[in-house]
Design a binder for this molecule. Structure first.
Ligand code: ASP
Ligand code: MG
Length: 481
């Protein structure tokens, strides 16, 4: 007999749409049921039902502004969405009543927390985490009961018992050593009984037990953390598309699933706007040597995308994907006197950071007479104001001539490991755009050698995206083994 912990171990994470309706959840139940044959040790991590986390947080913010009249409606929506699934998937009446009652208690907790916020007139990050955690605390109860109704022995587990984090509410960071110890202590006995732990994604707790969250979309990260500390052989992320696509299929109709991506490529894709995976998920999984796969709950036969280690022979210089970050503005700070002004870049980015805006792309002209970077169009006014205040003296003295922004632009990023070392690919990228008369406003090369980003006018974005996507097909069939 192999040692218990040598048996194949799989962590499967299901996103909000995979549990958002009775149909979706029954599909999820079936996937878990089928996977048990190959994976004697199976751990399920789930998100809240789709839309629930937003509903909880919106209600909390409104409550803090004193608007409590909407709570009744929110409570109702939470109750009806969860109860409808319980009614469909849990046949045993007593069990169904029990689950609905447990969810009812969590809804009451939600209501109490929101009313407390209304009284205090504020929603602290700690209180927001307490509210946000309720979505997953409801979904695990529902999913584990639905699994049991289908004959899969399951047990809901709150990750506050497993994942130990710091006190950075809303974006907590795990302590992997403490998490490993707790996770094994809590999950091993459940696994040893042949049960499937159904764990809340998104949550953790401080060492004293105060609930934290890992950041929006953090359930992927939860799965990565649990996979790393157990350790599991594999982590599978179940979502509602066939893995990672070569482009957004809504903009590029012939976009296709990318069968294999390296960890660096997926990190770059996640950074440049592809909604694939919570970017922090990747780190613990690579460090622990755990396999990662992204697959589709609604098309489970499809192999999806497999993540593979970065290695030289895998970096043949193929273009793998093209992403677009829309609704951006390019801000330029320019002036001939800038050459002599110390610390312009540091002060400029300090001013941008003070508005809470993150900068997806920076380009620098060699002359040092201008600095140019992108910000979301919605933050444009605020950022320009902050910059004008920070450089008021330089503007008055004409060391800086002007600070200005373009109209809306789109950042297109071409991703593929080894691409930049492979001769001719960058050339093909630019000629593809030139042939279609697309004007490239700015260029930035990812430091990681995995991507090239181009800024184009918003009105050229779809044309450019299509042209770049075509290169994936032509370049790769020429160069691939
Ligand atoms: N439910 C959380 C969110 O919506 C976590 C997740 O879905 O991954 O952000
Ligand atoms: Mg979600």
């Amino acid at each position: 007999m192999p040692e218990q912990n040598k048996l194949p171990t799989l962590v499967m994470k299901f996103g909000g749409t995979s549990v958002g309706t009775a149909e979706a959840m029954s599909q999820t139940v079936q996937i878990v049921q089928n996977s048990r044959q190959d994976w004697p040790r199976l751990i399920v991590v789930t998100s809240a039902l789709s839309g629930v986390t937003n509903l909880l947080l919106d209600s909390a913010h409104q409550s803090a502004r004193g608007q409590v009249h909407q709570l009744y409606e929110a409570e109702n929506r939470l109750r009806t969405t969860h109860d409808a699934i319980a009614d469909r998937l849990i046949q045993d009446l007593a069990r169904s009543v029990q689950v609905k009652q447990e969810i009812g208690h969590l809804i009451a907790e939600f209501s109490n927390l929101c009313r407390a916020m209304a009284v205090l007139g504020e929603a602290t990050p700690r209180a927001l985490d307490a509210v946000a955690s309720l979505g997953e605390r409801m979904s695990v109860r529902l999913l584990s009961a639905a699994l049991e109704a289908a004959g899969v022995p399951a047990q809901s587990v709150e990750a506050t018992q497993l994942i130990v984090t710091d006190r950075v509410f809303q974006n907590a960071h795990p302590d992997l050593k403490a998490t490993q110890e707790r996770t094994r202590r809590v999950l091993e006995p459940i696994l040893a009984q042949g049960r499937v732990p159904v764990v809340t994604g998104f949550l953790g707790a401080t060492p004293e037990g105060i609930t934290t969250t890992l950041g929006r979309g953090g359930s992927d990260y939860s799965a990565g953390i649990l996979g790393a500390v157990l350790p599991a052989d594999e982590v599978w992320i179940w979502t509602d598309v066939d893995g990672v696509m070569s482009a957004d299929p809504r903009a590029v109709p012939n976009a296709a699933t990318i069968p294999e991506l390296t960890y660096r490529e997926i990190a770059e894709l996640a950074y440049y706007g592809a909604k694939v995976l919570h970017p922090k998920t990747i780190r613990p999984v690579i460090d622990a040597g755990v396999g990662l796969r992204i697959c589709n709950t609604f098309n489970p036969q499809h192999p999806g995308t497999r993540l593979v280690a970065d290695s030289a022979e895998r970096s043949r210089g193929e273009i793998k994907a093209v992403t677009a970050i829309r609704n951006q503005r390019l801000i330029t700070i320019e002036g001939r006197g800038m050459l002599g002004v110390p610390g312009v870049a540091a002060r400029a980015f300090g001013a941008v950071a003070s508005t809470g805006t993150s900068v997806p792309l920076i380009t620098q002209a060699s002359s040092e007479q201008s600095i140019c970077f992108a910000v979301p169009a919605s933050s444009n006014g605020e950022v320009i104001q902050a910059l004008e205040a920070a450089f008021a003296i330089e503007l008055a003295q004409h060391d800086i001539d002007r600070i200005w922004a373009t109209e809306d632009v789109t950042i297109l990023t071409v991703v593929g490991a080894g691409m930049i070392r492979t001769p001719g690919i960058a050339g093909r990228v630019f000629s593809a755009l030139g042939q279609r008369n697309v004007n490239v406003i700015a260029i930035a090369q990812g430091s990681s050698e995995v991507s090239i980003s181009l800024v184009v006018d918003a009105s050229d974005a779809d044309l450019a995206l299509g042209a770049l996507h075509e290169l994936i097909v032509t370049t790769n069939t020429g160069g691939a083994q």
